[in-house]
Ligand binder design. Sequence first.
Ligand SMILES: [Mn+2]
Length: 354
Amino acid sequence: MKLGLGLYRHQLNAEHYRFAKQCGCTHLVVHLVDYFRSSRSNQPGDQPVGDDTGWGLAGDPQRLWTAEELTALRREINAAGLELEAIENFDPAHWHDVLLDGPRRLQQLENVKTIIRNVGAAGIPVFGYNFSIAGVAGRVRGPFARGGAEAVGMDGPVDRPLPNGMAWNMVYDPNAAPGVVPSATHAQLWERLQVFLEAVLPVAEAAGVKMAAHPDDPPLPFVRSQPRLVYQPQLYQKLLDLRPSPSNTLEFCLGSLAEMTEGDIYDVVDAYSRQGKLGYVHFRNVRGKVPDYKETFIDEGDMDMLRILAILKRNGYQGVLIPDHAPQMSCAAPWHAGMAFALGYLKAALQSLR
Ligand SMILES: [Mn+2]
């Protein structure tokens, strides 16, 4: 198993590459969507949380990520002694109507195909995505982790409907007409996923890219009056079986899976890692379940992370683990300290597995 770090767009620079290397990482997972540029509430030193207006404005719908810029990014990361394992997340500007079944769906299916071809051409092996209408919405921030460290969690369901012009917790059309996005059904959401997978998986196979699906965060059946896709562990199997392919894999988020109300997390890890379907792993811990859970330090949540690693090893998982989120630690660099703590724990745990 390989140690990795996830970097947000504003962290894609030499200082953060050195930080990852210093923590013992060999791999990076990179976000190209900027969740911080125009958000009213996201702070660049923390994970994005957002408010009713989400994470602010989505990117430029006309500008898809090119093979040239992706290659340049990979080379920059390689020059720092690291591998670029994955890009995490599509920009809602590029695929909102794929999620919403809107009028530009056909064109935006071409967008996602183009992006995946470019990712493959740049030699990046994995693309993480989250097929969600409302996205990561409804979380709260507070001193939930040990010693009062700032972390995120949930304090009950969030049903406020999604305004027009928003998808995936970002605003793709600031001039949208007043009103809300009509609620879809779970069946409609699965049909939309099927259309997406049928379009993108053949392209991903040809490009040598694994598509890796994140479960819902937070994993409730509905958030903002929109259905969720993978809000119980067995729904991951439904996603894999919908269109079997070596490129149909999972962005295996232990925290989100542990927040689900059904399933035993150790059985869940065993079931999916035994199938060889983990694209990469979000290695974080949590206390409680939806709609009342809190993110914790890696060693203080409900999960025995060493037991998780033993299962992954037994099933031959050889991919990348990243900390996902970590609580903010009390010092001048709260994000860095939180990540360094999680990575140090993980590095020692991996050594002890030998
Ligand atoms: Mn995650």
